[in-house]
Every structure is written in C-alpha cells, then in structure tokens.
Design a binder for this molecule. Structure first.
Ligand SMILES: [Fe+2]
Length: 409
C-alpha cells in the first residue's frame, strides 16, 4: 500500500496546529480507503479561451512549449483542441467557446472579479486525474462530502462525458476530474465529433517551425509545476482539499516574507518525475488585504486574487540542463522567444551556483496565464529557492500594477 505520510518535510512556513493535526489524519484515511491507490497522476489540464482566440494561443503554445496539436473535438458549445506531448505527460484540452454570449458557471466565476471579467471565458478550469475505478473513486469522494456535477449538468456544460468532474473548489475555484485509462492505453475524451481543423493545424505548424528554426525545440521540456493563487485565509484549506481529491502529498511551504506571501508545494506520491504529473503549488498572502492599511506590506499575491479571483497563475515548463552558444539553455530559449515579440517579466533569476534559474513570461493575451521556465542545474534536488520566488512574485506584482491603476482610475 502507498504510504502518503512517509515523505520528509521541507520549508520554513509555520502552519496552524489544526492543519498539522488534520494533515496526517487525512493522508492516512486516504491511503486506507484505497483512494491513493486508485487515483493516479494528472492526465490533462483544461483551459478555456474566448471565441476566436484558440488559433493564436495554439500558435503561442506551439512555440513556447513542447505540445503538439492532435485533434479537435467539435461539440455544441465549444471547439476543444487536444494538445499532447506524449502519454508520459498531461494533455492540454484547450476549449474555445463558440458563442460570445454563452454563459455558464465558469464565466460567472470570471465575471465577479474586476480584471477577470474583462475576458469572460478565459480561465484555467482544472485538472483531470487518472482513476483506475472512476465510479468507485467518485462514490468515495461523495461520501466524504465532495460535490460533483451530475451527468446532465456535464452535458449542459459541454464537458467530456467519460470524465467525472467536481464542482469548482470554494478555495481555488478549480475543478478536479477523474478519467479511466488502461495502463498502456491512450487517452480518449468522449466529447463531440473528432476533426482536424486546417487553420489550427497551420497555426500549430507555424509555431513548431519557428521553434525548430530558433533551435529551441529540444530544450523545452514538459510541465514542471502548476501554481494557483488563493486568498490568504484559504491557504491551508486549499492544500488539504487538493490532498483529499488527489494522490499528492504535502512537500512543504516557504515563507516569502519580502513579498508577504508563501509558496506551498504538493507532489505526486508515486515519485514520478514532475514531467509525468506536475507539482501543484498554492501561493497565498501571509495577511489578508483588509489589514494591509495598517502595515502597508507588499501584497502581489492577494492583489492578483482580488483582481482575477482565485485561479491558476502560471504553468512552469522545465528547460533541459546545459548550455548552447555559451548561454545557459534557459537564457538561450528566452532570448530566442523574446526576439519573436513575446514579453518576459524582468530577466532570468537565479544561477548555476544557486541550483536553478527561472523566469516568468508576460501573461498570455489569450489565456491570461503566465509561462514560467525553470532550469535546474546538475540535478538540483530542491524544488525552488526562496530568493528566486521572492523576485518572481515581485516581478508578477509589477506586471499587475498598471492594471490596478487602470482599475482605480
Ligand atoms: Fe513557479
């Protein structure tokens, strides 16, 4: 039996005694119930974009990531492009809403936030996890008070019918889906008609040809981690909730005092490399905005959440360790992509001596998601360095600042 409590703890952030009491109880019960065994890694990420925006986003992802365009699922309300690297890494299901007047629960989540509402449909929905016995997993989760969309609601929401999907989390607003697949089988989404769209294929090929001509194609590796921002008061609940819904364990939390924020990491219990099932990171302010007028601390994380709602902030892609043309691979990749007009926030942060180097791209105009690149040197064992995270959080806060001013003005 898998033991989710056997992992060493990292980090320096102190949790509440209640969290420390519930954490081992939750993991032990999950292991005992068989859920840890029945729930596998991340099979797919679901992202929705505005009508007309998937074409350029496919091109952007084709250039900036190792993803390939596989097929489009044409269903009544969406075109869902399936992007894939291979069966060893999660797919991306990129959903384009067909009708701009379309409204559903996901749009409603965007519409209650001042910047979120500017793009009604653009948001990261959540992950689909592998489940060896989907209906048993769902029944167990329901008995533990987790809620799922009914089959009729899934049809109304125009989501794949072979995936069981939770209602959005009150803490992260992300959903978790469960899907079955044979150990050696390929992923199949039962959703609409399977077509190849020539326009999407062309956009994909444009991105990949550019990647090839820039000599960066072999340097960008699969997703390393997914970082969600939540309200400060929801940090511990968001962690416990994700651990209850997945087969992840709690790796630890770092206090990023400079930015009045913490980074909280969960990882897959199966010791798979992150490329097979990315780490899930939750970032939260240390103090809520409503007391910030007293101390006036930097609060980029809480500001982001107030502007966009709790949601995924970035997808981090690993960069192969090594150098090309006398530059670290990450610098080579960033210089090549930046020369194509893509923006980055500040410069790459970190060094070979520190163990890793990282950078944030500007937020995508199509998905609002940031892409992080991370190069780990010489099999660096740590997940991140506090100094890097502080600078990245600061950089992302700067990028949000003009929007705040616009809002205030
Ligand atoms: Fe990150």
């Amino acid at each position: 039996m898998l033991d989710s409590t056997r992992f060493p703890r990292f980090g320096d952030k102190t949790n509440s005694s209640s969290f420390e009491e519930y954490l081992p109880r939750l993991l032990e019960e999950r292991d005992r119930s068989g859920l840890t065994e029945m729930i596998g890694g991340i099979e797919a990420l679901m992202i929705t974009v505005e009508p007309g925006n998937s074409l350029e986003y496919v091109s952007e992802l084709s250039l900036m990531t190792p993803y390939h365009y596989l097929v489009t699922l044409d269903s009544p309300k969406h075109f869902t492009h399936v992007l894939r690297i291979d069966m060893n890494s999660p797919d991306i299901l990129l959903r384009e809403v067909k009708d701009s007047t379309y409204s559903d629960i996901f749009r409603n989540l965007n519409d209650i936030y001042p910047i979120g509402e500017r793009r009604h449909h653009s948001r990261y929905l959540g992950e689909i996890l592998l489940a060896t016995q989907r209906h048993e997993v769902v029944a167990l989760q329901q008995s533990r008070e987790f809620s799922f969309f009914q089959i009729g609601q899934l049809a109304e929401l125009d989501l794949p019918i072979n995936v069981s999907i939770s209602r959005p989390s009150p803490y992260t607003q992300n959903i978790v889906g469960y899907m079955e697949r044979n150990a050696e089988g390929i992923r199949v989404y039962q959703h609409g008609e399977c077509i190849i769209l020539a326009s999407i294929q062309a956009a994909y090929e444009r991105g990949k040809e550019m990647q090839e001509s820039l000599s960066i194609k072999d340097l960008i590796l699969p997703i390393d981690h997914l970082a969600t921002r939540v309200y400060s008061q929801n940090r511990e609940a968001a962690l416990l909730e994700y651990l209850a819904l997945s087969s992840y364990y709690y790796w630890g939390s770092y206090d990023i005092k400079d930015q009045n924020s913490s980074t909280n990491v969960t990882k897959n219990v199966r010791f798979e490399p992150e490329s097979a099932s990315p780490a899930k990171v939750f970032t939260a302010n240390n103090s809520p905005y409503c007391v910030n007028h007293l101390d006036r601390l930097p609060s980029p994380t809480e500001t982001f959440v107030r502007n966009y709602g709790p949601r995924l902030h970035h997808m981090a892609l690993a960069v192969k360790d090594g150098q090309r043309n006398g530059m670290e691979h990450i610098d080579f990749v960033v210089a090549a992509i930046a020369a194509q007009g893509k923006g980055f926030l500040l410069d790459t942060i970190g060094s070979r001596e520190a163990g890793l180097k990282q950078i944030f791209s500007a937020a995508s105009e199509f998905s609002t998601l940031i892409i992080e690149y991370v190069q780990r040197f010489d099999n660096f064992q740590g997940f991140f360095t506090r100094e890097n995270v502080a600078l990245l959080t600061f950089a992302a806060g700067l990028a949000d600042a003009p929007q705040q001013q616009t809002r205030a003005g």
